[in-house]
Ligand binder design. Sequence first.
Ligand SMILES: Cc1ncc(COP(=O)(O)O)c(C=O)c1O
Length: 375
Amino acid sequence: MERIYFDNAATTQLDPVVLDAMLPYLTGKFGNPSSIYSFGRETRLAIETARKSVAKILHANPGEIFFTSGGTESSNTAINAAIKDLGCTHIITSPIEHHATLHTVECLHKRDGIALSYVNVLPSGHIDLAHLYDLLKGAEGKCLVTLMHANNEIGNMLDLWEVGEMCKEFNAIFHSDTVQTVGHYPFNLHKTNVHFITGAGHKFHGPKGVGILYINDSVKISPFIQGGSQERNMRAGTENLYGIVGFARALEMATESYEEHRRYISDLRMYMVEQLESHIPGVVFNGDLYGRSLYTVLNVSFPRTDKSEMILFNLDINGICASGGSACSSGASTGSHVISTLNNDPDLVAVRFSFSKNNTREEVDRVVAKLKELI
Ligand SMILES: Cc1ncc(COP(=O)(O)O)c(C=O)c1O
């Protein structure tokens, strides 16, 4: 049985070209980037070349890009720094953020008494920007606004520019979890009023365990890991050399074919919508399917029956990978805080299918045929 992988929002397959770029740094070129002899300088150069390339793609300055272990570390760092170093005393977020954000802000609220407000989510799954404006207007003290660019479960996208301008008006710090969009959409950080964004290599065919934190030049934060001068004294510890090289190569490759991949994957997603609508009675789609949404994510609810309750398990038995709640945060199906915020209908069971350039229409046909049988 050949496996069908429809869980690309959880993670993607490493591209062989990216692996090729990484291999020399896993084998012969192993010098410590902090060593002063040429063998070390060679790997230092690889890291700085990667940083420049990432900065150029995102339209940022190289000094604004910090390599981290991934999206979770980047968001934790940005949020904590906004409180500790930038004078924020009030956090505004939404109930449908990734747990990397939600658990961090909840901890700051409970442990340190930082004020915390949740902006309303509209039935479409979009953030209520009028409510955000009111929260900013009514807040006492400096605010941190942390809102994700694209929701990893339903795919809805935020207008970064608009929220950035709103934050500017109220002198608020703006952090956006862009883990689902870096490598999938173009960015121009020189023109966007955002202080922190995040990225994770494994979401766009790069390696796991490596990511970026963008910190706008206008804000200065203190070191987030102590003990060495790496990452310009901000994040100590010998760098994930091959990961960083792989991150940059994967981002370069994604950038070269943005449009081609976007077209191909969007078509595939809409093909699955058509097939589901014609073969599965009672199917409904979560999020803003035809509007501002990731082209990679399709969140579907099926009528709840004895059979559909076991859907993920049965898909797995049939070699099909999809997810229920946030697959990247746990193996267990504990239900989704995003779906329950949007629509707490006990008669529906939600499944997220997420696609990559490696998926095909034939796979969609096989998954829909299997769903028809299973539901
Ligand atoms: C939106 C979002 N934010 C953050 C993360 C966490 O990233 P990482 O697992 O690389 O730490 C993920 C998924 O893993 C995600 O989808």
